[in-house]
Design a protein around this ligand. Structure first.
Ligand SMILES: Nc1ncnc2c1ncn2[C@@H]1O[C@H](COP(=O)(O)OP(=O)(O)OP(=O)(O)O)[C@@H](O)[C@H]1O
Length: 245
């Protein structure tokens, strides 16, 4: 398969080499190689249990790593604490959103803010409110009172409060109605246009491939295919296996 990248940038932001990771004695990843170049949207697709979430968690410092290398902006991030990874400019919006249900929208945004990133709270919050007007309207509402789509927007908004250069989104469209799924993907495109590089893990593979530059297909803890997202989308074998065509 054609593996050329669409991105005009050649600067490597994140490089994962031979990553092996798991939970306790259960190994889940068996040598993942992955790269994100500055400005790209990279998607990871694959069946349930293929290791997509574990890969994001390993990059963020949340999973035990058995071997391999993790390099962000030229510096090794292997074995460093999740907060430190975020401080370096790599944010993770986890599967299931994990927002603080008993806090208000505003308090959730405060929880995501990292002064060390050098931007004022007010400035980032106003960017987040511009992108998600509903968060401004409902800033004093309890997060638990928000709909599923609004909670996803809050989860993304909270990640943005850390001023990331690279944002990893795990299943951002999970459980959302089709109209909201489109809205979330439009937001992902806006984030990319605003200069944020992205890794998007998605069950909704065909939509993710439509917006991504580059794609990795995972299977049982290994990367079974990779290439320009358009090429993956149009590959007949992959279509049958992963896109239900
Ligand atoms: N906390 C955990 N403890 C033990 N095994 C786990 C844990 N979390 C995930 N696994 C196992 O690791 C494997 C990979 O799971 P992972 O969640 O990374 O896959 P995925 O590709 O993201 O799939 P999904 O779309 O279902 O989230 C699966 O076999 C899963 O059962």
């Amino acid at each position: 398969m054609e593996q050329l990248r669409n991105s005009t940038s050649s600067e490597s932001l994140l490089k994962v080499g031979g990553l092996q990771a798991g939970y306790g004695h259960t190994q889940v990843l068996f040598g993942i190689d992955l790269e994100v170049k500055a400005g790209e949207i990279v998607t990871i697709i694959g069946a349930n249990g293929a290791g997509k979430t574990t890969t994001l968690r390993s990059i963020s410092g949340l999973t035990r790593i058995y071997g391999g290398t993790l390099t962000f902006k030229g510096r090794s991030i292997k074995g460093i604490a999740p907060e430190e990874v975020t401080r370096l400019g790599l944010a993770h919006c986890p599967e299931g959103r994990q927002i603080l249900q008993r806090l208000t929208v505003e308090e959730n945004l405060i929880a995501g803010y990292l002064p060390e990133r050098g931007q004022s709270f007010d400035a980032i919050r106003s960017d987040v409110f511009a992108m998600f007007p509903v968060l401004k309207e409902r800033r004093n509402s309890l997060a638990s009172r928000m709909s599923g789509g609004q909670q996803q927007m809050l989860a993304i908004g909270r990640s943005l409060m850390a001023s990331p250069e690279l944002l990893m989104l795990d299943e951002p469209s999970l459980g959302l109605a089709p109209k909201l799924i489109n809205q979330i993907f439009e937001i992902i495109i806006s984030l990319s246009n605003a200069g944020i590089s992205l890794i998007v893990v998605e069950q909704n593979a065909s939509v993710a491939l439509e917006i991504a530059d580059y794609a990795y297909v995972f299977d049982a803890g290994r990367c079974s295919a990779e290439g320009g997202a358009r090429n993956v989308l149009n590959d007949p074998g992959l279509k049958e296996a992963y896109l239900g065509a």
